[in-house]
Design a protein around this ligand. Structure first.
Ligand SMILES: [Zn+2]
Length: 471
């Protein structure tokens, strides 16, 4: 192709392993190994973490939208020019390795505004491999915490959670992206309202987000995802990932309703396949961003890695919309479903989840969606079906290049020439993953279809990715 000829020599070298099929193979092994498939649902017990495949990262860099890998990362905040004299100075204390404001005298709402100016007057390092957070806690909540937690300070508790978060990061297939650093704890008066957690209303320049303990007393040991063996509230870690890394809930991709199914599905598909639990899929479901699993999965890992490579880590305008249940509309230009010879000339109906009209919508999040037929096709003699990206997700024009969770789930209904029916749920993650692994133009997906006998819990959900040029 013309575009390839214009590529510099370096890029061609980087692309070479991809063309030889090395990447295709490693990508498959990599996903299979990291999926924890066949393991107990708790991946933490015995996580299989493959060795990162160095060929993958340079391939990613050949993306026309990505920028070269940043060198050593630190980017300092610019000194705000409007600040001349700081007439106030809140003193902080280091308590159990965490900078703390308001330990002696909790801050009022007015104090907070002044503190923001004080904090912003000082340059702080913003590394491209780290997300930064500020924590707020009301005076009565921190006092109660210390009474009910055997004398452990809240700072110690937070530091342990920072460490455990970074441990999960270290266990990812691509470690070193992205760490968490809790910059400070601010103790506030009981009625104070801290800024909005995901953005801090852009008040604190050295933090990507914040988390506040101001409304209810906090008893971590009673929290639903508390693991007493390690003293970690994984529900809180999940919230930290929202607040500081701006990651979406992957369970937002679930399809939970049978109220809104088209007739062809109501009539032909067994009950267990009329619903979809994106969050409990046994290949990519085990992730902190599902049901507070105690690990970070491949999807989340690649999602944050791509921000590092695009130097968007601290760009809230770009990252925050993702936390609001939006997924990057970054999928290969062309996808081939390689169903195989058994599905030669089979009919394939593709359905996409769409939002139910607002006035008919029930309150439960997973019943806001219905399935709509978006295309019907016939497989080739070989049992392949190739579709361009616009045929897979009909998506409203979205300037942020995002797709709403409501529109991000697919259902495939395959009818063979002898009338047997098979099905498969997919979602946007299945298309993001190959894109982020370097398959931006073309991807082959090899996967199993379910029959009425299959159980979604034990079904082999794995997808084998490869590139057509290698077949
Ligand atoms: Zn969540």
């Amino acid at each position: 192709m013309a575009r390839k000829e214009q590529e510099p020599q370096k890029m061609r070298e980087l692309r070479a392993p991809f063309q030889k099929g090395a990447l295709a193979l490693s990508a498959f092994l990599f996903l299979a190994a990291s999926s924890g498939y066949g393991k107990p649902p708790d991946g933490r017990e015995n996580p299989i973490i493959p060795t990162p495949t160095p060929s993958l990262l340079p391939i990613f860099l050949t993306s026309p939208t990505s920028t070269p890998i940043p060198e050593a990362f630190p980017t300092a905040i610019k000194e705000p020019t409007e600040l001349f004299i700081i007439p106030f100075n809140f003193e902080s204390k280091i308590i159990d390795s965490m900078e703390t404001f308001g330990d002696d005298k909790p801050l009022s709402q007015t104090d907070l505004l002044k503190l923001y100016k004080q904090l912003n007057s000082k340059e702080q390092e913003m590394r491209n491999d780290t997300y930064y957070g500020t924590i707020f806690i009301a005076k009565k909540i921190i006092d109660e915490f210390q009474i009910t937690n055997g004398g452990e300070t809240f700072q110690e508790f937070l530091k342990r959670h920072e460490k455990a978060f970074n441990q999960m990061v270290q266990e990812q297939p691509y470690p070193d992206t992205n760490k968490l650093q809790l910059r400070r704890l601010i103790v506030v008066e009981d009625a104070v309202e801290p800024p909005y957690c995901y953005t801090l209303n852009n008040e604190i320049k050295d933090s990507d987000g914040g988390w506040s303990f101001v409304e209810n007393l906090y008893f971590p040991k009673k929290a639903p995802y508390y693991d007493k063996n390690v003293g970690i509230d994984y529900g809180l870690e999940h919230e930290f990932a929202h607040a500081f890394l701006h990651l979406p809930d992957q369970y937002s991709l679930d399809f939970g309703s049978s109220d809104w199914l088209p007739e062809s599905i109501t009539e032909n598909v067994p009950a267990q396949w009329k619903k979809y639990s994106a969050s409990s899929r046994n290949d990519i479901g085990q992730d902190l961003m599902n049901n507070a699993n105690q690990r970070i999965g491949i999807y989340t890992n690649l999602q944050i890695l791509r921000r590092v490579l695009q130097e968007e880590v601290h760009n809230n305008k770009k990252t925050v919309p993702e936390v609001w249940w939006n997924f990057p509309y970054e999928i290969p230009e062309k996808t081939t479903f390689a169903f195989g010879k058994d599905y030669s000339r089979a009919a394939v109906d593709i359905f996409q989840s769409v939002e139910v009209d607002e006035d008919k919508r029930p309150s439960e999040y997973n019943r806001k969606k219905k399935l709509e037929l978006i295309g019907n096709y016939t497989n080739s003699e070989d049992g392949n079906l190739t579709l361009t990206k616009d045929k897979l997700f009909l998506t409203p024009n979205n300037p942020d290049n995002l797709i709403k969770a409501e529109n991000s789930t697919l259902f495939l209904l395959v009818t063979t020439t002898d009338g047997k029916q098979y099905f498969r749920w997919m979602d946007i993650r299945d298309f993001n993953i190959p894109f982020w692994l370097g398959y931006q133009e073309q991807i082959n997906m090899n996967f199993k279809l379910a029959s009425g006998k299959d159980d979604p819990k034990t079904f082999d959900w794995r997808i084998k990715y490869s590139n057509e040029e290698n077949r």
